[in-house]
Design a protein around this ligand. Structure first.
Ligand SMILES: [Cu+2]
Length: 153
């Protein structure tokens, strides 16, 4: 059982590595991966309990690497739900409380005081909607817009 888990982990590591190599060969984000990521922080809710994202307008450039820090300064849990956006990016990892998750992510739930880092490279230009999936929160204003724009050449 243990051996199987180790074998699976090695396989996953190999897959991730070959993916990185493939991306490198096709020309795109290997430079972006090596380059330091642009950091930005989005707060899910506010300390006084307002139901909103701060900021609620986000913009990213295709091919650039980002480190999006999500935190929850509010007294209740919130979601960062942006499924179409998540389909339009390549997620390198999501990191929270000593755990790194690799692969596609569509939604994150943050408990009060939680913090998570989402490292990704935008791939598909477009306008995407963001909301909190907790009943009533989007209706109360916990929504946002995410724009992915093409790199200017
Ligand atoms: Cu919420």
């Amino acid at each position: 059982m243990q051996q199987l888990a180790v074998a699976l982990q090695n396989l996953l590591t190999a897959l991730v590595l070959s993916l990185v190599v493939l991306v490198g060969l096709t020309g795109q984000p290997i430079g972006a991966i090596a380059a330091p990521a642009d950091s930005l922080t989005v707060h899910l809710g506010t300390a006084d309990g307002s139901l909103r994202f701060e900021p609620d307008q986000l913009q990213f450039v295709v091919g650039q690497r980002y480190r999006l820090v999500l935190d929850n300064p509010s007294p209740e849990k919130h979601y960062f739900t942006a499924k179409d956006f998540a389909d339009g990016i390549w997620t390198q990892k999501v990191q929270a409380a000593g755990v790194e998750v690799k692969g596609a992510i569509h939604e994150l739930e943050l408990k009060p005081g939680a913090i998570a880092e989402w490292v990704f490279v935008p791939e598909r230009p477009g306008r995407y909607e963001l909301h909190c999936a907790i009943a009533g929160h989007a209706e109360a204003g916990m929504v946002g817009q995410i724009k992915i724009v093409a790199a200017s050449s």
